[in-house]
Design a protein around this ligand. Structure first.
Ligand SMILES: *[C@@H]1O[C@H](CO)[C@@H](O)[C@H](O)[C@H]1NC(C)=O
Ligand SMILES: *[C@@H]1O[C@H](CO)[C@@H](O)[C@H](O)[C@H]1NC(C)=O
Ligand SMILES: *[C@@H]1O[C@H](CO)[C@@H](O)[C@H](O)[C@H]1NC(C)=O
Length: 149
């Protein structure tokens, strides 16, 4: 079968219409793995800070977190001396009054920091359905910059 150009466009439009549920339209695509808020964002080793995450938009994109791992990383220009530092491994509490919100307080580890652009990365592990319907897990991540002094 030879598809005419308008047919292809119409088909693509239908595919995108199916792929984007109406409920997701209030949420930005960038929010699909969770929205992270860090306070304060300028930190020194030993300093206490709070990390809050909101997965309200994530679930609208079909991302239902199984695990949420938080790391300090240097994503750009890493010279090889800055391995990711694990901050916390969390799971959402489905019986909480706010099951799509998470928050924790931690201290900036006494690691050796360099003059580099650090971020706190949230890795959200979530299930998707395989081609035969059996689930498997994938990981999406979102970065938030911090300043380490
Ligand atoms: C979580 O995100 C949703 C969707 O953006 C927003 O409506 C809600 O106010 C947020 N909740 C908190 C506690 O920030
Ligand atoms: C840190 O790196 C920036 C950008 O490369 C540079 O401008 C700055 O002078 C450096 N600061 C120190 C203390 O080395
Ligand atoms: C996977 O398939 C099940 C059964 O059809 C469905 O309930 C679930 O929402 C699907 N999960 C995803 C992530 O699409």
């Amino acid at each position: 079968m030879q598809l005419s150009f308008p047919t292809v466009i119409a088909t693509l439009a239908a595919v995108f219409a199916v792929a984007t549920p109406a409920a997701a339209q209030a949420c930005a695509e960038a929010d699909r793995f969770g929205v992270v808020t860090i306070s304060p964002t300028t930190l020194s080793p030993g300093e206490t800070f709070t990390v809050a995450a909101n997965f309200s938009c994530a679930v609208q994109f079909g991302v239902n977190p199984e695990f949420t791992d938080y790391y300090i990383e240097v994503p750009v220009g890493n010279n090889g001396f800055e391995p990711p530092i694990l901050l916390a491994r969390r799971t959402l509490n489905p019986s909480s009054a706010t099951p799509l919100l998470d928050s924790f307080t931690t201290q900036l580890p006494f690691a050796l920091y360099f003059n580099a652009s650090y971020v706190i990365v949230l890795d959200t592990t979530y299930p998707v359905n395989g081609t035969n319907g059996s689930p498997y897990s994938v990981v999406g991540s979102v970065d938030n910059p911090i300043t380490i002094l």
